[in-house]
Design a protein around this ligand. Structure first.
Ligand code: B12
Length: 221
């Protein structure tokens, strides 16, 4: 198989939720020397975007979204250690979770992988994380940054609820708040009072590092 055939196959098989084929193609691509990033950004993610577009048009329903998501998640398990491969020292601690009421975790998991690859110690609280659970984790792990992920317009208001909970617990000034997820925008992040937003995993890493550097230079000044 050629690299182009692998990418096309990954795209097509993710679209129809054929998890075993996606896994096979992932392994074949890697055996051929293809970059894990290419498998992810040139095939798997575009395919899930198409799944979302079809769902929106009414051509796909929840079961199709679910099996496509599962097929992608299987490939991610193989790609995870390769994407996160790093020799760098820990540069900070990042507590991450998908907000209460929301079960989407593929985007969050991808962000986690990239953060780990960049040297962050990531504590993943999973999905449907209630404000109290974020507070508990912040008290326990004293992270530099907390990240809230939301993929539904109906769960995005949990950002504000989480930030209010941080304020109430007296923790708002001790942790940088980042938000993200498919429907989130910079304007929305600003409106809820988050410190940072990023539209994708690599932008998140860059923004996280910038925010951390800024915070540390303020503290030491
Ligand atoms: C797969 C999927 C599912 C799967 C989730 C599986 C899983 N384990 O995650 C299942 C089937 C469970 C599901 C369920 C539902 N879904 Co859904 N789902 C999707 C789909 C197709 C893909 C999402 C995805 O994983 N994308 C891939 C990743 C890589 O996306 P990404 O946005 O590029 O991620 C990047 C950024 O968001 C960012 N990021 C993410 N998190 C964070 C956090 C921080 C801090 C930062 C800085 C950045 C950041 O970095 C990521 C990596 O680069 C989307 C369509 C879409 N295009 O998004 C719909 C979509 C999100 N779902 C949608 C809907 C409506 C639902 C349901 C309500 C359907 C229903 N009627 O039941 C339920 C809700 C369940 C719930 N309570 O959460 C809608 C949301 C519409 C809206 N605006 O609210 C979408 C947009 C589909 C659509 N076009 O209508 N879904």
């Amino acid at each position: 198989m050629t690299p182009d055939e692998i990418l096309q196959g990954l795209y097509d098989q993710t679209l129809v939720g054929n998890a075993p084929a996606v896994l096979d193609l992932t392994h074949t691509g890697l055996d051929l020397g293809m970059e894990p990033q290419s498998l992810l950004f040139d095939a798997l993610i575009p395919s899930l975007e198409e799944v979302g577009a079809r769902f929106e048009r009414g051509d796909f329903f929840v079961p199709e979204m679910l099996i496509a998501g599962r097929a992608m998640a299987g490939a991610m398990e193989v790609l995870r250690p390769l994407l996160a491969e790093t020799g760098v020292q820990t540069i900070g601690t990042f507590v991450m979770g998908t907000v209460k009421g929301d079960v989407h975790d593929i985007g969050k998991n991808l962000v986690n992988i990239m953060l780990e690859g960049a040297g962050f110690n990531v504590i993943d609280l999973g999905v449907q994380v209630a404000p109290e659970k974020f507070i508990e984790a912040i008290n326990e792990h004293q992270p530099d940054i907390v990240g809230f992920s939301a993929f539904l317009t109906t769960t995005m208001p949990m950002f504000k609820a989480n930030i209010n909970a941080l304020q109430k617990a007296g923790l708002r000034d001790s942790v940088i708040v980042m938000v993200g997820g498919a429907p989130v925008t910079q304007e929305y992040a600003d409106a809820v009072g988050a410190d940072g937003y990023a539209s994708d995993a690599s932008a998140c890493v860059k923004r996280a590092k910038d925010l951390l550097t800024k915070r540390r230079s303020l503290v030491s000044a």
